[in-house]
Design a protein. Sequence first.
Length: 147
Amino acid sequence: MAGMVKFFSPEEEQRIIGAIQAVEKRTTGEIRVHLERKSSGNILDDAVGIFHRLNMHDTKAHNGVLIVIVPSEKQFAIIGDEGIDDVLPDNFWEDERNLMVAQFKKGQYCEGVVKAIEKIGDKLQAHFPVTGEEENPNELPDDISYS
């Protein structure tokens, strides 16, 4: 794809996708990672727009989570759909943000994203577990998206 944000190596991308797939086996929640070339100045507003552009609001339980990273500006955001927001406190993503910041400061971007995905997965599993009787379709792609 022309002009794509090059940030993670192919091996790192596979680690991130693998982490998403492992998490999604134990929760009906869906996680996506998106890399954006630049922000409009408000990363949270950008994340909401990307969330809708990627059709993340189309999950049955409205339990999609999006991690948006703007590498060139050293910014990122984590947002969840209304199904998550309805059952969780406002500062729900703070632990994951702090974890990512700590890893990013060390230059360990892939590690920060993978660890955040695992932590998000733990929280999603607690609120949106796979119960066994129900099917757990993969409602959204697991690959990293770019713009």
